[in-house]
Design a protein around this ligand. Structure first.
Ligand SMILES: Nc1nc2c(c(=O)[nH]1)N[C@H]1C(S)=C(S)[C@@H](COP(=O)(O)OP(=O)(O)OC[C@H]3O[C@@H](n4cnc5c(=O)[nH]c(N)nc54)[C@H](O)[C@@H]3O)O[C@H]1N2
Ligand SMILES: Nc1nc2c(c(=O)[nH]1)N[C@H]1C(S)=C(S)[C@@H](COP(=O)(O)OP(=O)(O)OC[C@H]3O[C@@H](n4cnc5c(=O)[nH]c(N)nc54)[C@H](O)[C@@H]3O)O[C@H]1N2
Ligand code: SF4
Ligand SMILES: [Mo]
Length: 796
């Protein structure tokens, strides 16, 4: 059956392969195809925004961008784009772009323009004096799932190998950490087994805690197309809110926030009771585990564990409109369809039990064998364009090194040190500070200097006012690399202007293990520079100031290379050739030359160029499709689960109970607050807030209230409402509609205006396993405020 999948796959993508072959044979690079007029060119790259990874072409005339369009033969998007994707290029020539380094010694001082030379000198001086006085752990790098892989890789190399600290973190801790924890503990390997190709083959979609329609619009379009063409395809949507995604659902399961662990366990119980599990798949590939020590359990123990989660009991826990029969129905659809794909995102990850909730979704796939066949996958949606490629794969979190290597394993550290040509033992054995501990340490004054790159924690951290106190203090030196001023640059000592997407070269790796190259197509404004240049030049100065040849060694391979292409290429080559060899994310075949020829990049594992030129691995662990499954094969079974974290090479089904969120409503704070996204804005709105076509649609945040609650509180649409928690307060206009379940309100978190920054209100408690904060649930009181309140967007 899988051999047929491969044939099907090749047939379906024949045109695409032909395109790649053309690229192979001709000396033309498909990334820059001159069209029509000689001065007009279309440059191929990836969308700057979400984790779908749509392939785009930027139209440039006389050095100025004028349009952006989708690439029709790209397997990520088949030409489609969403509104934000079509418009992000308008950030390129924007009048607000940062164009010169800015500096102030104290945070109360005004900023002054300074030269790059001076700026880098100051950054090196402040970091090296902190290291001299207090050791490597007194400094930190805080990056982003929106950095290019080359940027994340180089910064973490300088921090770990050069400054001897694992204080390398980034915003994926706020986002994907629970998904990583789920994949590692259930499958022994991070990142999805299948990918988008499964969407067109699926017969049932289980969408839980994901507003795919607004957060991954192009994938939603593919799901909708599949359902339109095949009305028998079932769509289940499980979310405490009726969202834009629910509109295509055959069944919407609406429940009290945080109760869905019960729902998932009840689905498992129905599956077992009705004997819908796949005994043979379980026998060949799965074991059962429980507790912190991952103690072995039996099938019977699992059955006993889920026994109390009867559909009736779960329906009661979940509240809302769910009935026991709904739960039976969706469990049957899930188990018996010819192929079920689950999709989830922050409604599952940003939870006190984020890893457990991930495990419970994987459980259903392992139990039913809805995993390895075509049209089936347990597919975690990634939020940012390069959280997978840059951060999860290239060492962007405090506990992981490049190539999916855990920091705490000495052998893994030594492999990295050898690849870098630095003394063994140079990289500290202890993981660094995770995000919430890092900003707590800034508050305490124990971290003396932080480099914040491509992210705006002053707005995106939960309970942000608490952490902004530390950022505001002169005890901590803050460098921000950004393209615009943000809420975070308000706390900076040094603001360094960087080149934007398409103004520099590098790779993004999206949700489905796919790496795609974007080459520089236009010049950055003013003196803005690519981060790889900034990092290299900074490291050279650190080496001098600390008189440490090992720091110099970290950037020596990149010495003198021009920053537009040769430098990022050399960084990519070092990372892929030296540090992905033999790892599950083997990318050795995906050189810039190969990526440049592909319409849509390469899915790892892709150990050879020949294999990469065919597109790489569509489905991991399948012999005949995944070269590592073949090379690692230990038996005659069709699948080989070689995931690095499970030595037994098995899939683990976990016994995980329902548990309470960190904060639930009570008499004083009687409502659940949940926060999330809308289709036309991106995070802190630094980009989308500056694009009139996007801002006009949603100029300011509002609070969604269920009509029954609004009636009880005398709130009418448009009334100004105070949303108050134990931590802070917002003042927002009301949107009254049947979205959130009764007893719950929802606010999008994009708005930068101080009275509408919802992270003043959210709670900063986190999942003890993944350290990911519970942005999705806290308790608030809401109250109508009388009198006129003028509403102004933060940017006009
Ligand atoms: N337009 C747009 N798209 C984006 C982004 C953006 O800023 N704007 N950001 C990108 C990023 S980085 C990310 S991480 C993704 C996020 O993508 P999503 O996670 O899909 O988006 P959110 O709106 O954060 O949250 C999704 C849903 O979780 C639900 N939820 C709340 N509480 C619970 C619960 O207890 N259980 C369950 N099952 N669900 C719950 C909410 O009601 C909401 O509908 O989007 C990416 N795409
Ligand atoms: N309440 C609440 N809070 C949340 C969430 C939630 O659901 N609810 N979600 C969380 C999640 S999932 C995420 S991912 C985070 C995201 O939160 P952030 O990462 O803080 O938000 P962004 O606006 O994406 O920040 C990216 C920054 O990079 C800048 N930038 C753009 N291009 C470049 C470039 O090429 N180089 C550099 N150096 N900078 C550039 C932008 O101007 C912007 O300031 O927020 C988290 N916060
Ligand atoms: S779906 Fe995501 S990747 Fe695609 S165009 Fe929209 S924002 Fe860009
Ligand atoms: Mo995210």
């Amino acid at each position: 059956m899988m051999a047929q999948t491969r044939r099907d796959f090749i047939k379906k993508t024949a045109a695409l392969s032909a395109a790649s072959l053309v690229g192979m044979q001709l000396p033309v690079d498909v990334n820059t195809m001159a069209r029509a007029a000689e001065d007009e060119a279309w440059h191929r790259g990836t969308c700057r925004l979400c984790g779908v990874g749509c392939r785009v072409e930027l139209g440039v005339k006389n050095g100025v961008p004028f349009a952006l369009r989708g690439v029709a033969d790209a397997r990520t998007n088949y030409g489609y784009l969403c509104m934000k994707g079509m418009h992000f290029w308008k950030c390129m020539g924007h009048k607000d772009r940062l164009t010169k380094p800015l500096y102030r010694e104290r945070k109360a001082d005004p900023f002054k323009e300074i030269s790059w030379d001076k700026a880098l000198d100051i950054a090196a001086e402040r970091f090296s004096s902190a290291v001299k006085a207090h050791g490597g752990n007194a400094v930190a790098y805080y990056g982003s799932g929106q950095c290019l892989t080359e940027e994340t890789y180089l910064f973490q190399k300088i921090m770990r190998g050069g400054l001897k600290t694992n204080n390398v973190e980034g915003n994926p801790r706020l986002c994907m950490a629970s998904a990583v924890g789920g994949y590692m503990t259930s499958f022994g390997a991070d990142e999805p087994i299948g990918g988008y190709a499964d969407l067109e083959k699926a017969h049932c979609f289980f969408i839980i805690g994901s507003n795919t329609a607004e957060a991954h619009p192009v994938l939603f379009r593919r799901i909708m197309r599949r359902k339109l063409d095949n009305p028998e395809v079932k769509v289940i949507n499980a979310d405490p809110r009726v969202s834009q995604t629910s509109r295509i659902a055959d069944k919407h399961l609406q429940f009290k926030p945080g109760t869905d662990l019960s729902l998932l366990n009840a689905m498992a119980k129905v599956i077992i009771d009705e004997k819908l599990h796949d005994q043979q798949f379980l026998g060949n590939y799965a074991v059962f585990k429980q507790g912190k020590e991952a103690k072995a359990a039996s099938f019977d123990e699992f059955a006993q564990f889920v026994a109390p989660y009867t559909p009736e009991a779960a329906a009661k826990t979940c509240g809302g409109t769910i009935t026991a029969d709904d739960i039976r129905q969706v469990a049957r659809w899930f188990a018996t369809s010819k192929g079920t794909v689950s999709l989830w995102c922050m409604g599952i990850n940003q939870r006190k039990q984020g890893v457990w909730a991930n495990n419970l979704i994987h459980n259903l796939h392992i139990l039913t064998g809805q995993l390895m066949k075509e049209g089936a996958d347990s597919l975690s949606l990634t939020g940012q364009p390069n959280a997978c490629g840059g951060v999860r794969e290239a060492g962007g979190l405090c506990h992981i090194l490049p190539g999916h290597r855990p920091v705490e394993k000495e052998k893994m550290r030594n492999q990295v040190e050898e690849a870098w040509g630095i003394p063994l033992g140079r990289i500290p054995a202890e993981p660094g500070l995770h995000t919430m501990d890092l900003f707590t340490a800034v508050n305490k004054g124990t971290v003396k200097a932080v480099w914040i790159n491509c992210t705006s924690p002053a707005q995106s951290l939960p309970n942000c006012d608490l952490y902004n106190k530390g950022l505001a203090s002169d005890d901590c030196f803050i460098v921000c690399t950004d393209i615009f001023k943000t809420r975070t640059t308000e706390y900076a000592n040094l603001i360094l202007p960087t080149a934007f997407h398409f103004e520099k070269t590098g790779v993004y790796g999206c949700t489905e293990r796919r790496s795609q190259l974007t080459r520089k197509a236009i010049k950055a404004p003013g003196e803005a520079k690519p981060e790889v240049w900034i990092a290299r030049e900074w490291a050279k100065r650190l080496a001098t100031k600390l008189n440490d040849p090992v720091i110099a060694q970290c950037v020596k391979p990149f010495d003198g290379l021009e920053e537009d292409f040769a430098l990022p290429q050399a960084i990519w080559d070092e990372y892929t050739q030296k540090l992905t060899k033999g790892r599950d994310n083997d990318l050795r075949g995906a050189s810039y030359a190969v990526l440049g020829r592909m319409a849509d990049g390469v899915q790892w594992p892709a150990p050879t160029e020949e294999f990469a030129l065919k597109g790489g691995t569509v489905k991991k662990f399948v012999k005949g499709l995944d070269p590592m499954a073949d090379s690692e094969s230990k038996n005659d079974l069709p699948y080989q689960f070689y995931g690095p974290a499970h030595e037994d090479r098995k899939l683990w089904i976990w016994l995980r109970p329902q548990a309470e969120p960190s904060e639930v409503p009570d008499a004083d704070y009687p409502f659940y607050l949940s926060t999330g996204r809308i289709i036309d804005h991106w995070h802190t709105m630094s980009m989308t807030g500056r694009i009139p076509e996007l801002l006009r649609a949603n100029p300011y945040a509002y609070v969604e209230i269920n009509p029954k609650d609004a009636a009880k509180l005398g709130i009418k649409p448009g009334d100004m409402v105070e949303v108050r928690s134990r931590r802070g307060v917002n003042l927002l206009p009301a949107k009254v509609y049947e979205g959130p379940i009764e007893g719950m309100v929802f606010v999008y978190w994009h708005d930068q205006e101080q009275t509408r920054m919802i992270n003043k209100v959210t709670k900063d408690d986190y999942d003890p396993a993944s350290k990911e904060p519970e942005f999705k649930i806290c308790a608030v009181q809401i109250q109508r405020v009388s009198g006129p309140r003028p509403l102004t967007p933060f940017l006009v």
